[in-house]
Design a protein around this ligand. Structure first.
Ligand code: PLP
Length: 298
């Protein structure tokens, strides 16, 4: 497929040294052609979705929260018994990908670590940098559908093999949920646990403003520990004396709140205008300040 001439070409960095020195004595990472197939059909990520990943946002060439993203990648890897990635190598490879890309306002940098080719017992790792999707309609405000996740907030205790909190490459369910939301006339999803508490979006963290406080779902409920919500929490703590507090919330709590957002590293802060049919207040000025924080400009 050819890339439209107006969109700068994506950059691919292969990282054979992601979990140790490459067997062939070659470099730990190197640029590769992003326009030709590079992945084996027997890589276990292709046959089983068996791997972990991160998506890092880079704004005007500066990546945000590289350390926290790579540390989370290492935690996810450990949860699926992959060898520990070498975070120094990965950080250098992320920088190399951004440097090799044409300068753009918003870059999405994916770091992928898979179980590797069947039988080889060696993870596959690559970094793919491309112009970010256009998230501006989401950042202006979006309708969100509440969809049942079918799992309780006790999942970490009852069924850790479901990998709550790991950013694995088995995202087909998450993507199916977004398609269902679109069928319902919404742009995105807020997952609901079987015990009545809201969780997170398929690719985002919930932030709620309620009675002068900022709240998010506890990580112990089985959601991903978001880097964006952590950044906002530190900023809010410095600005207002209190960061984001973890609390289990119901749909009614969110619907009756003073505002809610879905947060992620590339989408930034997307205010929820409607939760199913209930309209929520939107603070565009605060959303713009959140955006400054999440792009590393505040
Ligand atoms: N929750 C899930 C399931 C995600 O996939 C993501 C990011 O893609 C997030 C939350 C937000 O994480 P971050 O703020 O670190 O991008």
């Amino acid at each position: 497929m050819s890339t439209p001439s107006t969109t700068p070409a994506p950059v691919l960095v292969l990282v054979p040294g992601a979990t140790g020195a490459p067997a062939d004595g070659g470099p730990r990472f190197h640029l590769a052609d992003a326009t030709v197939p590079q992945l084996s059909v027997t890589d276990l990520v292709a046959t089983r979705g068996d791997g972990v990943f991160e998506t890092i946002g880079a704004f005007d060439g500066r990546p945000v929260n590289v350390g926290p993203h790579l540390e989370r990648l290492a935690r996810s890897a450990s949860m699926i018994d992959l060898p520990a990635p070498d975070l120094t190598t990965l950080a250098e490879a992320v920088d190399a990908a951004i440097t090799a890309h044409d300068p753009v306002a918003e870059l999405s940098v994916r770091v992928m670590l898979t179980r590797g080719i069947e039988g080889a017992d060696l993870p596959t790792c690559w970094i793919h940098a491309r112009v970010s999707d256009d998230w501006s309609p989401y950042r202006a405000g979006m309708r969100v559908a509440v969809l049942e996740r079918g799992l309780s907030t006790a999942i970490a205790d009852t069924s850790p093999w479901l990998l709550p909190g790991a950013k694995t490459l088995s995202y087909a369910v998450n993507m199916a949920a977004v398609r269902e939301a679109k069928r319902r006339g919404a742009a995105d999803v807020l997952f609901l646990a079987s015990d009545g508490y809201v969780l997170e979006g398929p690719t985002s963290t919930l932030l709620v403003r309620r009675d002068g406080e900022f709240l998010t779902t506890p990580v112990s409920a089985g959601v991903l520990a978001g880097t964006s919500v952590t950044s906002l929490s530190s900023w809010l703590a410095a600005q207002e004396g209190a960061g984001v507090r973890e609390q289990l919330l119901t749909v009614a709590d969110v619907a009756g709140s003073d505002g809610a957002w879905l947060l992620s590293s590339t989408r930034l802060a997307a205010p929820i205008t409607h939760l199913d049919e209930v309209e929520l207040p939107v603070d565009h000025e605060l959303t713009a300040r959140f955006e400054q924080v999440l792009t590393g400009r505040a």
